[in-house]
Design a protein around this ligand. Structure first.
Ligand code: TRP
Length: 362
């Protein structure tokens, strides 16, 4: 864990969902510090994305200068042969971020491919990046194995974490809220920054990951909620969808008959009470499950209604956006402009440092 983010600074994992108020937010050195994060466009936001990332983004925008973006170029590193879903996924991601509470008045929301400075910096960084540094990033080999139906032995895929480095440092961002799976990418980013600053002078601060404490969100089948497992519940799913999906949820596998006592400690469904129900309900369900006073089907109905109620404001915002999709495009247009401004300033410094600034030509 990086030194600047001590335990007490972490977002506390709350048992009860509170959509309206910002929770305890990490305390950084200054409110002007830049926070940056991105997600690949994978379509509609699901509860795993929400509790794992987007909810923290919403909290951080209250205090810091935040830039959040859709990494559509990163999507192409793996989906280059089949790119037709990227645009719709980008729209759905931004629409759901707005529905979840990101406020374009408080943060800049933009699209990676519309800020060409990322590409220029990526190119320049490639000059100073030793190949073995990229080859040893664990995700390079891991993903090649996991996505074996795709040919990921490409220049672009090898450069994935270098492009990510450019995404971050082109804003001279210090804090990058990400999941633990991104640790090695941030590690590489810091190494690149040190090497760059060594050659050309102190241009970039070293970016630190901001690992926020997030609650565990199981999928319908009990594995981690993930689009690739097909076990997700959408953040803006309709009431009927939520009812239908919760009925398919795995529960305590040892509770076979209605009269068997259940064990909430190993029940997937009970995790959702921790996310959505108040303390009283959690205690009651815990007791009634262990004593077989409540059956799994009744419990599923209960949790479905709790989720529907808790997610209603988010869903309502998404419906408003779907009636007027220009909200998404206007948000991105404005965010792109703000991002270009900051990234443009950085690139002027970088070009000077690398001796490829030509004032007589400008
Ligand atoms: N690699 C990140 C992910 O898979 C997405 C990403 C791209 C990102 N560029 C970034 C995250 C810059 C943080 C900062 O989730």
């Amino acid at each position: 864990m990086p030194a600047c983010v001590e335990k007490r600074h972490l977002l506390t994992a709350t048992t009860n969902l509170n959509f309206s108020s910002a929770e305890s937010i990490p305390v950084l050195n200054s409110s002007s510090e830049i926070v940056l994060s991105g997600l690949r466009p994978t379509g509609r936001v699901h509860l795993g994305n929400y509790f794992g990332a987007v909810r923290n983004w919403v909290a951080l925008q209250e205090r810091y200068n935040c830039y959040y973006f859709v990494a559509d170029w990163h999507a192409l590193t793996t989906d280059y042969a089949d790119p037709q879903n990227v645009q719709q996924s980008t729209f759905d991601a931004v629409a759901d971020w707005l529905a979840a509470g990101l406020d374009p008045q408080k943060c800049s929301i933009f699209l990676q491919s519309e800020v060409k400075e990322h590409a220029e910096l990526h190119l320049l960084l490639s000059m100073v990046t030793p190949l073995p540094w990229l080859e040893r990033v664990p995700s390079f080999k891991d993903q090649q194995q996991q996505l074996e139906d795709k040919d990921l032995n490409t220049y672009g895929f090898l450069g994935y974490p270098l492009l990510q480095t450019a995404d971050i440092i082109v804003y001279r961002a210090r804090h990058v809220p990400v999941g633990e799976d991104q640790a090695s990418h941030l590690e590489l980013s810091r190494e690149i920054v040190r090497r760059f600053n060594n050659f050309y002078g102190p241009v970039f601060p070293e970016p630190q990951p901001l690992f926020t404490a997030t609650p565990k969100v199981p999928g319908l089948d009990g594995r981690k909620m993930s689009k690739s497992y097909g076990n997700t519940i959408g953040l803006t799913a309709s009431a009927d969808e939520i009812r239908r999906l919760t009925m398919t949820m795995f529960t305590d596998p040892n509770r076979i008959r209605r009269n068997d006592p259940g064990n909430p400690d190993i029940c997937n469904l009970f995790q959702f009470h921790r996310l959505f129900s108040d303390d009283q309900t959690i205690a009651r369900v815990d007791h009634d499950c262990r004593t077989a006073q409540i059956g799994c089907v009744d419990d599923k109905k209960l949790i479905a209604e709790r989720m529907i109620e808790a997610l209603a404001p988010i869903r309502a915002r998404r419906e408003r956006i779907d009636r007027d999709p220009s909200i998404v495009w206007d948000t991105l247009r404005d965010g792109n402009r703000r991002a270009r401004e900051r990234a443009g300033e950085t690139m002027e410094i970088v070009r000077k440092a690398m001796k490829i600034a030509y004032p007589l030509l400008s």
